[in-house]
Design a protein around this ligand. Sequence first.
Ligand code: ATP
Length: 510
Amino acid sequence: KQILHDVSGTAHPGKVLAVMGPSGSGKTTLLNVLGGRIKCSRCQATIGNQPLTKRTRRNISYVLQQDIFFPNLTLLQTLSFAADLRLPEHLSQKDKREIVDGLIEQLDMKKCTKTIIGDNMSRGLSGGEKKRANIANELLTDPAVLLLDEPTSGLDSSTAFALTLSLKKYAVQSGKTVMMTIHQPNAQMFFQFDTVLLLSGGRVAYYGAPNDVIKDFAEMGYACDTTHYNPADFIRPQPNNPHPTLLPSDTDGHYITCMFLNESNKKSLYSFLLEILIFKLLTLPTKIYSDPSLTDVSEEEDTDARWSTSFFTQFKVLTQRSFIQGKYRFLSKLKFIKTIGVALICGLLWFQIGRGHVKEVEVNDITSCLFFVTLFNSFNSLFDILMVFPSEREVINKERMSGSYRLSAYYLAKSVSELPLSIILPSISTFIIYWMAGLNGFNEAWAFFGTWFVMILITIGMQSLGMFIGTATMDFDHSLVLAIFMMITFMLLGGFYIKNIPSWLHWMRY
Ligand SMILES: Nc1ncnc2c1ncn2[C@@H]1O[C@H](COP(=O)(O)OP(=O)(O)OP(=O)(O)O)[C@@H](O)[C@H]1O
């Protein structure tokens, strides 16, 4: 589905470009392409003089419309972990902390550094604060270009205006390029923008200075009574001007330029290129297009390092973060009560069964006891981890899109941070049941360690299986069905219920 048709324009350093247009006009799609979230084979975009590749895209930060964070971390923890992952390793912890503190101060968030981000279940930062946290998170890397998708949505008009002002100030003071989509700016906000790109049905309806919009629309026969109308409201339902106006660039630096090519409309491409050529000769300080031929940007992957930090740093920071994020799960009293409670019941039920001279009939009971302990620990660890990865997927996707870390570093960190759960709880249950049931008598302590070690291996194995099922299905209902099916298959083929497994099914127990 072609969403954007012949959209073109330039965003300049030190200036704010607002992408406006009715819902579904393609604003987010445009930003997604520029931010590298959608691969577009027929689009040509350059940053400065460079084509947009994985490496040059690192100069662009993209603030998504949704504020996606780990809800249990505080604002300071969130930004500090992001700084550790995304800032170059040669910066000291003190430097990184100063950058984080500076951003918190700049965005006026000092009073909520220790507040958790929060979600529907546990209240934390307010909507506006979350939005600012989202922006701070992207500003950490000091990008040359900042893309923001509807940063003012859900904010009241004065907060939205304050945010627009801060973005404008940021662009002017730091000479950065700011490009944002916005739905309904009030008149005050509208005139803060340096350039407005109005989209309608994926086409450019207006591209120029906000001050000229009334004049341009009046020339087309749409006069606006500015004493009674907000120009931003006025132009929204009138998106009939298909001709983009090109603005001269007056600043050098990281300006970002893009063009979407409609293959079926080569004529417009050529006339557009001609327009650019004339324009370029007349005004442009540096070139817009280095190569007008149609190249596939997705093929222009370059081999430069994609990450700011080493694998080890990523692993270390992600493990720490995972511990803090998951501490509510790890330290859940309920889990301890459940484990100890079930272990005590088992201990009482099989009390001293293995002690002394074991009769033949008791051998069966001992096998049942071992089978139950194995099953209990397996179920616990399998179901505990099933939804851990899917629930973090959004955050991981967002962070991976901005090139924060390798997937392998995340996976290893996640596995390591889950270890306390996979060691402590099975150790408790095995310890209680083993000694209460008196398995193997009291004299052979080594046999206890043997049993304990096997239980730990089983739980770690089950944890991996749970992670695999959760990741493969990404859906609670499906993962539950698959997990139960696999557990029951293991139980049936484990040799407890039936000793004479048909030979053609033997292989399945592996
Ligand atoms: N992957 C897709 N497949 C099919 N259609 C899509 C896809 N992505 C976007 N669209 C369609 O493209 C159009 C533009 O979507 P986009 O999200 O860019 O709009 P928008 O201007 O940002 O809207 P809003 O202001 O409501 O967020 C919409 O009609 C949408 O349904």
